[in-house]
Design a protein. Structure first.
Length: 122
């Protein structure tokens, strides 16, 4: 009898749905402090054993969200040099657009294509 592989438990449609949710969960950051990291992290940590696709998308989403947090902290520090306020506004718009684009790209079956993402989780 063959061993059960939990990565085969999801069908392609379900994998795509959870991958989309991994990226879209970042919008939790609008309501919950650090939700932009916690949302994707929770989806990723729960579903990654069941799907290599969700694992890959979860790592991409978390890498981007952690990168954005670092950029946000740097921008807050730069507020004292005046340019930080403009950077914060641009960063907020950039974050929103990139999460939206990544969610749509994932729904189309493509890689999220995050720009300016530092690879922390490999």
């Amino acid at each position: 009898m063959a061993d059960f592989d939990p990565r085969e438990a999801m069908g392609p449609s379900e994998e795509r749905t959870w991958s989309i949710l991994t990226h879209a969960a970042a919008f939790a950051g609008v309501l919950v402090p650090f939700g932009m990291i916690l949302g994707p992290f929770l989806v990723w940590i729960i579903k990654k054993p069941e799907s290599a696709l969700v694992d890959r998308h979860g790592r991409a989403a978390l890498n981007f969200q952690i990168s954005m947090l670092i950029y946000f902290i740097v921008s807050v520090i730069l507020v004292f040099v005046v340019i930080g306020l403009l950077l914060l506004i641009m960063l907020g718009v950039f974050w929103f657009v990139m999460v939206l684009v990544a969610t749509i790209r994932t729904a189309d079956g493509r890689d999220p294509g995050y720009v300016l993402s530092i690879e922390f989780l490999k």
